[in-house]
Design a protein around this ligand. Structure first.
Ligand code: THU
Length: 163
């Protein structure tokens, strides 16, 4: 019997450490939160995907009264990107989440302070595109700190990949 240890490298930084492109991608993810349809959770998530052809595709969570029928921001962005640009690689993904901070508060205060991390289902869905096209860098935005990972795989070790 032996133990196997899995390592994940996460780069922690703040907005000022990011390249201009990465800052732009984060701002597009933040902007995408405004287009969420989240009347049930009130938790508005935005995702921005940079494609290999230079396009940025945004997605937001779209909820449904039949709860499981809704989709997360990340999957909305990935499925929309792939259906509108079949065969084009995903290069980077930025994610942000916002909740109404209440009356009199600045909109910026509504952004989640800790980096927002995609759910397991989204990791699995995104991983499939990564297998097709190569590594997708992930930028998890939080207003206190940002996490950057080199790939989706780094978010989902021991993923289901073959059938
Ligand atoms: N949600 C996302 O859009 N992305 C995530 O990574 C986590 C959760 C959505 C699903 C649901 O509409 C709301 O956030 C609350 O879970």
């Amino acid at each position: 019997m032996k133990d196997i240890e899995l390592k994940t490298k996460i780069r922690e930084c703040t907005l000022t450490d990011l390249s201009e492109m990465d800052r732009h991608l984060v701002s597009r993810a933040k902007e995408a939160t405004t287009r969420a349809y989240a009347p049930f959770s009130k938790y508005q998530v935005g995702a921005a995907l940079l494609l290999d052809n230079g396009k940025i595709v945004e997605g937001s969570n779209q909820e449904n009264a039949a709860y499981p029928s809704g989709t997360c921001a990340e999957r909305t962005a990935a499925f929309y990107a792939s259906s509108a640009n079949p065969g084009v690689a995903f290069k980077k993904l930025a994610i942000a989440a916002w909740m109404d901070p209440g009356e009199g508060k600045d909109r910026e205060e509504g952004f989640q302070k800790a980096p927002v991390s995609p759910c397991g289902g989204c990791r699995q869905a995104l991983l499939e595109y990564e297998h097709l096209y190569g590594d997708v860098e992930v930028i998890l935005y939080g207003s206190d700190k940002i996490y950057i990972l080199d790939s989706i795989k780094a978010l989902l070790p021991l993923a289901f990949t073959d059938f």
